[in-house]
Design a protein around this ligand. Structure first.
Ligand code: NGQ
Ligand code: ZN
Length: 456
């Protein structure tokens, strides 16, 4: 479980909270991993301390195929041809493989500065679509992996019913994703019973393509849907916007707002293609726009209207989704750089004179990420979970940086990792750039990936 901080106290020379920096803050962590008021200064000091980042969107199994879909195929490659490659790979994954891949991924997430992950989980059944002897086996594999690595988990079992907007049946490769509403609610109920300090269970609708309107209404009306976050893939591809218009007479975000009470419990993943009206509606609802800029670039999705959304007061968070890259730094860089490239301006995410892009984006993604994970926003105050990262103050990249420039240097300068130590729920999971169990987890991962090599 990692080295227990117990009631130990350590002192941050500089602690960044969403409302600004504070100097010389003594942090005491109790046995439950919650921050308490410290009586005196700690024995250990850390120079730069920040709240850890929630990763609001993950399909863990896809980590093992990163780099295997970058060669030109026979067609004009796009999102849908990538999806065929992904499906072929998914077909080989059973609970043991999922656990090995997810544990490796979660170690990488921790080392990159993520302290929580929302797992949008739809590989529910055996590859042929039949249930495992223990129907929740794949979900349990993810829970075990998160505990092995020591990352907080918000598990989002996914409802997946149809293969397209026209209501067609699931294809052979999609069959293992599927549930009817009753089966889905049974899974949800059994996972809810496992909730704990390090585990929240929310709801996910795969997409409007995969969930017909009546099934969505039925699930949302169930008492099990009265609490916890609700995630959905919403408008990643122009093709799905067109199909939604053709079959439901409205664009995806528009349709969702007209048919569900979308509020702060919701996270709309890949809210990429928005009209001006949808942008404002989403912003005003308090729901989170779940942005995965690196995967969205990798898959050729399109660009989110960041500035208009921020100006309308919208909430956002980041996810590493397909895990082609696992780094909050790279996600936030891409979020900003995409905007710079299309607008030919700089510092787009900083909407007011004097604002820092780094601080604006880290603050926004912390708040939105926590909301999407079903947690209060981590601000490293007494009563908050001790989920934090310590940056490498000896790195040349941070030399002579004061607090005004720290987050911008962290997010935009160089490519050497700057996250040195990571604490989750009061335990040091990463110390001096090393995760406490990284060798064993990586060795098992290597074996697993080798055994999957024939899947593509
Ligand atoms: C997924 N991934 O569920 O893994 C999806 C692809 C789909 C992203 N959208 C499958 N990035 O959307 O049908
Ligand atoms: Zn996704």
């Amino acid at each position: 479980m990692g080295e227990a901080a117990g009631d130990q106290v350590f002192t941050a020379d500089q602690l960044w909270r969403p409302d600004g920096w504070q100097a010389d803050v003594a942090l005491a962590v109790d046995a439950a991993g919650v921050l308490r008021e410290a009586a005196g200064p700690g024995t250990r000091r850390a120079r730069w301390v920040l709240p850890g980042m929630p990763n609001l969107h993950s399909h863990a199994f896809q980590r093992a195929m990163a780099g295997l879909a970058e060669r030109r195929g026979t067609t004009d490659d796009n999102f849908w041809s990538w999806r065929e490659t992904m499906y072929a790979f998914a077909a080989a994954i059973e609970p043991e493989q999922l656990k090995a891949i997810a544990a490796q991924l979660y170690v990488e997430m921790l080392k990159a500065g993520y302290t929580r992950v929302c797992e949008f989980h739809y590989l529910h059944h055996r590859p042929d679509g039949s249930p495992h002897a223990q129907p929740e086996a794949m979900s349990l594999a993810l829970i075990e992996a998160a505990r092995e690595a020591g990352i907080g988990l918000t598990l989002l079992p996914v409802l997946y019913i149809s293969g397209g907007f026209d209501g067609r049946a699931l294809s052979a490769r999609q069959r293992r994703f599927g549930h009817d509403v009753d089966g889905y609610l049974r899974l949800l109920a059994s996972l809810r019973r496992l909730e704990a300090d390090d585990l929240r269970v929310g709801i996910a609708l795969h997409s409007l393509r995969a969930v017909p309107g009546p099934a969505m209404r039925e699930v949302l009306a169930d008492p099990l849907a009265a609490t916890g976050p609700i995630h959905i893939h919403i408008a990643e591809q122009i093709g799905e916007v067109q199909d939604c218009l053709a079959t439901r007479g409205a664009r995806p975000v528009e349709w969702l707002f007209d048919h569900a009470s979308v509020d702060a419990r919701w996270c709309l993943v890949h809210a990429t293609h928005l009209s001006e009206d949808e942008t404002v509606r989403l912003a005003r609802s308090g729901a989170v726009a779940g942005l995965c800029p690196v995967t969205e670039a990798n898959l050729g999705d399109g660009l989110f209207p960041l500035a208009a959304y921020q100006d309308a007061g919208g909430t956002l968070g980041i996810g590493s989704d397909s895990h082609i890259s696992v780094s909050p730094v790279e996600e936030l860089r891409w979020l900003e750089y995409g905007q710079r490239l299309v607008t030919r301006h700089r510092n787009v995410a900083a909407r007011h004179r004097g604002d820092s892009v780094g601080e604006t984006l880290w603050r926004a993604a912390l708040g939105g990420g926590a909301q999407a994970a079903g947690l209060p926003a981590g601000a490293l105050r007494p009563g908050d979970r001790a989920d934090l990262i310590v940056l490498d103050d000896s790195s040349p990249l941070l030399a002579a940086r004061d607090r005004r420039a720290l987050l911008d240097s962290f997010l935009f300068a160089g490519n050497t990792p700057l996250v040195r130590d990571v604490m989750v729920g009061g335990r040091w999971q990463v110390r001096d750039f090393h995760h406490r169990d990284e060798d064993r987890i990586a060795a098992r991962y290597r074996q697993t990936v080798a055994s999957l090599a024939g899947a593509l």
